[in-house]
Design a protein around this ligand. Structure first.
Ligand SMILES: C[S@@+](CC[C@H](N)C(=O)[O-])C[C@H]1O[C@@H](n2cnc3c(N)ncnc32)[C@H](O)[C@@H]1O
Length: 263
């Protein structure tokens, strides 16, 4: 049974091997057998032991805050890293956590791996899309995520829809603890394309809204916000990185840790 079972607004289509399946949409990533092999051959193990968030002051504070304030969390778009759950479990093994993702395969591999390697982890699993969550309005105390909202695949429209859906499901006073990524300084990036005489990639031609503004527009109170990581592209990354180095116009992405409260 999931720790949030009473808050469900619809029945799962199926419950198999302890995983709750809610939809047949294909919103998630299209993982294949090679991905699964990589997960089983070490990726899940290293994700479980990952201490990156605990070793970085901004994200360590985020994890401490979650543990101090919450009795249970639901992690969104958990992916092969399982979002914030491995860090939470390292410090608070008994805190009930539910791992969710639109892609069932990643959940199934996590479940099998944990059953063998961490049989007392007590993690629940549910397959659904962030864009259509099986919860009543105003019901959930806390969601967590690591680049879960940034991972939706429909650009800005999906980012806005995901934030709205999280807001709908949270209880008044409920929290979203998330680390999201975004491009830094898009006007500079567009300069690179212009100077190279390239057509900008689609993601740069649509109107971009910062995560900060998306959260405010949805109605969230931003309790805290701090950049936790930033990275500039180099010639080794791709042709954009190569052009950015040649033109000496930095192109980068940043990750920001947010504590957001539904008013
Ligand atoms: C790069 S991972 C995100 C990082 C992940 N939280 C981690 O810790 O590794 C992308 C994940 O987002 C999931 N995803 C993409 N769109 C989604 C959606 N609409 N709802 C739920 N999960 C989604 C994918 O299936 C994939 O597992």
């Amino acid at each position: 049974m999931l720790s949030f079972e009473k808050l469900l607004s619809k029945e799962p289509k199926e419950i198999k091997n302890g995983i709750y399946y809610f939809d047949s949409h294909n919103h998630g990533d299209c993982f294949d057998k090679e991905d699964a092999l990589e997960w089983d051959n070490g990726r899940l193990k290293s994700s479980w032991k990952n201490s990156k968030f605990l070793d970085t002051p901004v994200t360590a504070k985020l994890i401490d805050t979650i543990i101090a304030k919450q009795d249970a969390i639901i992690d969104l778009a958990c992916g092969p890293g399982m979002g914030l759950i491995p860090s939470i479990k390292q410090l608070a093994p008994a805190l009930p956590c539910t791992a969710t993702d639109a892609n069932a395969m990643v959940l199934e591999h996590w479940k099998s791996w944990l059953d063998i390697n961490q049989p007392s982890s007590g993690i629940g699993f549910a397959q659904f899309s962030i864009l259509d969550m099986p919860f009543h309005d105003n019901s959930i105390p806390a969601f967590t995520s690591y680049i879960g909202l940034s991972s939706t695949r429909g650009g800005q429209a999906d980012y806005d829809a995901a934030v709205k859906e999280v807001y709908r499901c949270l209880a008044p006073g409920g929290y979203l603890y998330t680390i999201e990524s975004e491009w830094m300084d898009i006007p500079s990036i567009l300069q690179v394309f212009k100077k190279m005489n390239w057509q900008p990639w689609n993601i740069f031609t649509e109107k971009q809204t910062s995560w900060h503004d998306c959260f405010l527009t949805a109605g969230f109170e931003i309790v805290s916000e701090a950049v936790s990581d930033c990275r500039y592209f180099t010639a080794d990354d791709n042709e954009l990185g190569e052009a950015s180095c040649k033109l000496q116009i930095p192109v980068g992405v940043k990750e920001t840790a947010f504590v957001l409260r539904k008013k």
